[in-house]
Design a protein around this ligand. Sequence first.
Ligand code: ZN
Length: 149
Amino acid sequence: MTELRDLYQEVILDHNKAPRNFRELDGADRRADGDNPLCGDRLTVFVKLDGNTITEASFVGSGCAISKASASLMTDAVKGKSVPAARRLFEQFHEMVTDHSVSADSETLGKLVVFEGVRDYPARVKCASLAWHTLYAAIDSSHEIVTTE
Ligand code: ZN
C-alpha cells in the first residue's frame, strides 16, 4: 500500500509542477472563480460547451499542490463528457475522498484515484473539491463570458 501511496503522491506532484490545461480558454462559454480561504486556493475554471457536452475545460490560479493537481486532472477527466456524466464522476470522486467505506473504483475514476489518500486529511477535501465546485458554478451560471470583440 505504501508503494501505491508513493505512486499517487508522484502523480499529484507531477500535476502540481506541470498542470495540464493551465491556461485561459479562448472562446470559453462559461467561467467561474473558486476560492478556498481555509487554504488560500484560488482558481478560475473555463469551459466550452457544445449543447450538453463539455468540449474543453481549463483553469488558472494558484494554490496548494492538491488543489492544483485536482484541477489539472479534473480538466482532463471531464473533457468530452456530458454534463450529467461529469456530475456523476464528481459524486464518485467526492464519495471517495469523504467516505472510508467506499473503495476507489479506478475503472470509473481513472487517474482521479490518486486523491484517495485525501480522506485521511479532512481539511484537504476542500482543496481536492474546489476545482469541481468551480466547474459546476461555471456550468450552472447564466453569466456567459462577455467579450469585447
Ligand atoms: Zn489547498
